[in-house]
Write a new protein. Structure first.
Length: 245
């Protein structure tokens, strides 16, 4: 099997701004058609036309692991205040400190971290070694049958079903780790206002109106138990190939 990844960006005032990305794990005979799909996605993104598209096609050497897809539920919040209240109540119930939530929320709102921040659920201290890059969950693919089941369930609840599939795949890989208590995510796409809270027990809770339309904020945070081996956790999230069943 092969991992195919695409990242499209544009250079703005010397800074590389992320436009879009896509990835999957495929058989060799599927690669060509996915590269075409990924290229189309990069070129037709509402954020604009990129000036750089990097496609990586890599034969997987490590055995592929499988994880269960989290169950999906949509929470209808009216505005960001209601959404944050929902988030806070559930985060506290999971035993995560308010301090940890504040660190995560500030990073999502004010930092332009490219990947996710990994936060000690008690002390609120961010643990990722590279504070600019963060941690990027990669080498994931949802099983075709699970994908069509999820698509059926959410078809009237999102304008961008592929976004839900990708986010659910990431959340399921993250939640499969015993060290992770929960994840929160706000899309960095200005026009996409649904985010999520996920955990092994709660499942994948899609939270509508977690930000206002047009807001450029966004990011991910993973709340973890400590002590933990951060290098091992990052290696699994970034490098270990996983199929979500
Ligand atoms: C969803 O609607 O369930 C997806 C929410 C998070 C999307 C993250 C992203 O793709 O930017």
């Amino acid at each position: 099997m092969w991992s195919v990844r695409m990242r499209a960006s544009i250079n703005k005032d010397g800074l590389e701004e992320h436009i879009s990305g896509a990835e999957g794990i495929f058989n060799i005979d599927e690669i060509e058609s996915y590269i075409k799909k990924f290229y189309k996605r990069a070129m037709e993104h509402p954020k604009g036309i990129p000036d750089k598209i990097v496609v990586t096609i890599e034969k997987l050497k490590e055995p592929i692991q499988t994880v269960r897809a989290l169950s999906v539920k949509t929470i209808f919040c009216e505005d960001p205040e209601e959404a944050y209240q929902f988030l806070k109540e559930n985060i506290i119930k999971l035993g995560i400190s308010e301090e940890a939530l504040n660190t995560a929320w500030n990073t999502i709102r004010y930092n332009k971290m490219r990947g996710a921040t990994v936060i000690d659920a008690k002390s609120g201290v961010p643990l990722e070694p590279d504070k600019e890059r963060g941690v990027r969950v990669s080498r994931i693919q949802m099983d075709k049958r699970r994908k069509s089941q999820v698509l059926k369930k959410i078809k009237n609840l999102t304008s961008q079903p592929h976004r839900v599939i990708e986010a659910l795949s990431i959340a399921s890989k993250v939640a499969s780790l015993n060290e992770v208590i929960a994840e929160i995510c706000v899309s960095d796409n200005p026009d996409y206002t649904t985010g999520y809270l996920s955990s092994k027990d709660l499942g994948y809770l899609r939270i509508m109106n977690i930000k206002k339309e047009g807001e450029k904020i966004g990011g991910r945070a993973f709340f973890v138990k400590t002590p933990l081996n951060i290098e091992k956790l990052i290696y699994y999230l970034e490098k270990t190939p996983v199929i979500v069943l």
